[in-house]
Ligand binder design. Sequence first.
Ligand code: GDP
Length: 463
Amino acid sequence: MRQPLAREITDLIERGRDRQLRLAVTGLSRSGKTAFLTSLVNQLRHAGLEARLDLLPAARQGRLLGARRVNQQDLGVPRFPYDQAMAALAETPPRWPAPTRGISELRLELRYRPERRGWLGSETRRLTLDLFDYPGEWLLDLPLLAHDYPSWCRSQQALAGEQRRVHFAAWHAAVEDLDPAAEADEAQLAEIAERYAQGLRGAREAGFADLQPGRFLLPGDLSGAPVLQFFPLPGIAEAEPAELAALPPESNYATLARRFQYYQQHIVRPFYRDHFRRFDRQIVLVDLLGALNAGPERFEDLSRALANLMQSFDYGRRSLLSRLFAPRIDRLAIAATKADHVTPEQHPRLVALLEALLAEPLQDLRFASVPVRALSLAAIRASEAREVEHRGQRTPALRGTALDGEPLLLFPGEVPGRLPDDAFWSRQGFAFPHFRPLPLEGGALPHIRMDAALDWLIGDKLS
Ligand code: GDP
C-alpha cells in the first residue's frame, strides 16, 4: 500500500507545481497514433536543434532546450516502442512503424527556460511529460456501460446495415440455432464468440469503425479468455424481461449475460478508473481522408463511431462518465491526420469537414467549457507539395513515392468542406494512394503542424 501512495503524493506535488503533465493520444486503428507519438517524441528530442517547430513559441524563441527519455513510473504499462519505430523509418527503403496494439507509455523530461526570467536569471525548468497511447476502440465500450445485457443485444441489432451484415454471416448462421434457455455448452459458446470476433475483425478490415466490444478487436493478453466469449443474442429482442430473468443460471442466456457483466466490471471500468481518469490532456486522431476514400457507408460508420467515442469526453454533469468517474482532462485536441495526402490549399477544408462531422460533440464540449481545438496535421509528412502546369495553368500537386516504390506526381482531389452529399459520392472524385515515408535525413522527422498540436497541448506549460 505504502509505495503507490507515496508515488501518488509525489505525482500530486509535481503536478501542483505544473511540472508534470499526462498527455494521452488516441484514435481508432490506423488513425495514425503510432506515427503521431513517434513524431511527437522525435520533434521534442530535436527541439532547439533541427526540429521545425515555429508554431510552438517556446521552440521559436529558443527557450525549449530539449527532451530526454526517463524511466516511467508505472512498470505495469508497456513502454511505447520509439526506437523500433525510428528504426523502421531509417530502413532503406523506409517503412512505416508497426502499430501499437494496447496501451503504452513513455516519459519525457523537457528542459526549458521560462518566458519571464526569475530573480535567479537564467534558470532552467523541467516539465515531466507522460505520454500514453491507447486504442480508440476501447472508448467505444463506454456506451456499453449504460446497458444491461438485453438492451445491449437490441442496440447491436439496430446496427445491421447491409454491407456490415455480410461480415457477420457465419456468426448469424451459428447463433440462429442457439436456444437462450438451453444449458450452455462452453465449446459451442467459444466457437460462436470466435465467429462474432471474426465478424468484427472483417468489418474493421472493410473500414467499419462502430464495433463493440472494443477488446474483441484488440484483445491483448485477454485472447482466448472466457470474458471475451460472449456476443449479442439476436433472438431476445422481443422476449419479456421477466421471462429472461427467470432462465436458469446454467442457460445460454444467463451465461452470456454474466460474461457481459464481467466484461463491464473487470475490463471496461478499470480502464476508465486506472488510466482515463488520470489523463490531463488528450488528442483524438481521426483518419478522415481514409474514410472519404472508402465510400458513404463507411463514412457514416466512422461518424457514428466518433460520436460514440466522443461520449468519453462529454463529462458535463449529466453524462454517463461523470456519474461513474471524475475525469480531469482540461484540454482536448481533435486532429484529422495524414494531411500530406492532400494539397495544402485543401487543409482548411479538412478542418471544416472534421468540425462538421463532430458538430454535436464539439458543441457539447464547448458548452461544458472544455477547451477543444480541431486541426489537421501530418505527423510524418511523406509527400512534397508542388505546383504543375496543367493546360496553361499552375495547379497544386503532390510528389511522393508509392508503397511499391513507384514515383508519383498527382492531384488527389478536393476535400468537401462540409458533410459529403450524394453528388460528392456519385462523383467519387477522391482517391489517394498510400505514400512511403521519405528517407530519413538525420535530424527531425518532416511534419505538417505537429508544432501547432504541441502548442495547444503543452505550450502553456512552457511559458
Ligand atoms: P495506429 O493504428 O493508429 O497506430 O496508426 P499508425 O500510426 O500505425 O498509422 C497507420 C498508417 O497510416 C501508417 O502505416 C501509414 O501508412 C499511415 N500514416 C500515419 N501517419 C501518417 C502521416 O502523417 N502521413 C502519411 N502519409 N501516412 C501516415
